[in-house]
Ligand binder design. Structure first.
Ligand code: SAH
Length: 256
């Protein structure tokens, strides 16, 4: 299994008291596209169902393996972290997270080997207070106040997408970057700034002005660029050529 698949396998999506089997199918498809496979259904109104299979659009493996439970506690079995998705803040005081903040927490927990659940409520009534009380935090997708409720499977999609992005950003690519593609370190940057300062002198850039301010400005510019070693070499090459041309212009050097 790849690193991402291993993390994703620790995340389950739990749908509570789903009324429309079509939403179960759409949710299965939504999580499958983002690399997740584990769906737990708590007291679904109808399941299995043809409508669920139709809307899964090929994510039948997710539906086939979906667990069906009578109670939320059973769907959460073995979980170390449960996050409840809710359009509205309920009477209950849980920390509220954005999908992005939630994704970071899920990823951190899964990286420690913990099992994580994302819990979604019924289409009409959402998650009950007792259901949210089994969660460690609430996640609210920042929709508009006067029309805040997303379709269930679309809420699943948004959250699964955020998780996928977080995992892609966090998980190192299969091969570590080649050494020369590493960002230049402080000592290499210092050598570059010395070369740059010397070159600016050689080409008589300063014209009597103090070099301090311009050097600080140039440092800021190049720090922002976060150059790798290869890019730094190209710049050293350009500076060396400029120095050579300056020597030539002064009649000191010889043409290459
Ligand atoms: N009126 C219900 C809406 C239910 S929509 C409510 O206030 O919660 C079905 C499920 O989709 C919700 O229980 C929730 O899990 C998820 N969902 C819909 N819109 C959401 C939003 N803006 N933020 C977080 N979850 C949302």
């Amino acid at each position: 299994m790849t690193a991402i698949a291993e993390l994703a396998a620790r995340v389950r999506h739990v749908l509570v008291r789903t009324s429309h089997p079509g939403n179960i199918g759409s949710a299965a498809r939504a999580i499958r596209t983002m690399g997740f496979e584990r769906l737990e259904l708590v007291a679904p109104a109808r399941f299995p169902d043809r409508e669920a299979s139709a809307l899964a659009a090929g994510a039948d493996d997710v539906l086939a393996r979906a667990g069906v439970h009578a109670e939320l506690v059973d769907g959460l079995a073995g979980c170390n972290l449960a996050l409840g998705l809710s359009a509205r803040r309920r009477g209950i005081t849980l920390p509220e997270l954005s999908p992005r903040e939630a994704a970071a927490q899920v990823l951190a927990a899964a990286s420690r080997g913990e099992q994580v659940a994302l819990v979604f409520g019924n289409e009409r009534s959402g998650l009950e207070n007792e259901e949210l009380a089994r969660c460690h935090a609430m996640v609210r997708i920042p929709s508009v106040d006067d029309f805040s409720s997303l379709n269930l499977s679309q809420a699943v999609q948004v959250m699964a997408y955020e998780l996928r992005v977080a995992m892609l950003e966090e998980t190192p690519a299969a091969a570590p970057p080649a050494a020369e593609e590493l960002p230049a370190d402080a000592a290499q940057m210092e050598r570059f700034y010395e070369h740059l300062a010397q070159t600016l002198d050689d080409i008589e850039f300063h014209k009597g002005r103090a070099p301090t301010t311009i050097m600080l400005r140039l440092r800021k510019l190049f720090q922002r660029a976060q150059m790798d070693e290869r890019e730094l070499r190209v710049l050293h090459g350009i500076l060396a050529d400029a120095q050579r041309m300056a020597d030539l212009a002064r009649g000191k050097g010889k043409p290459m």
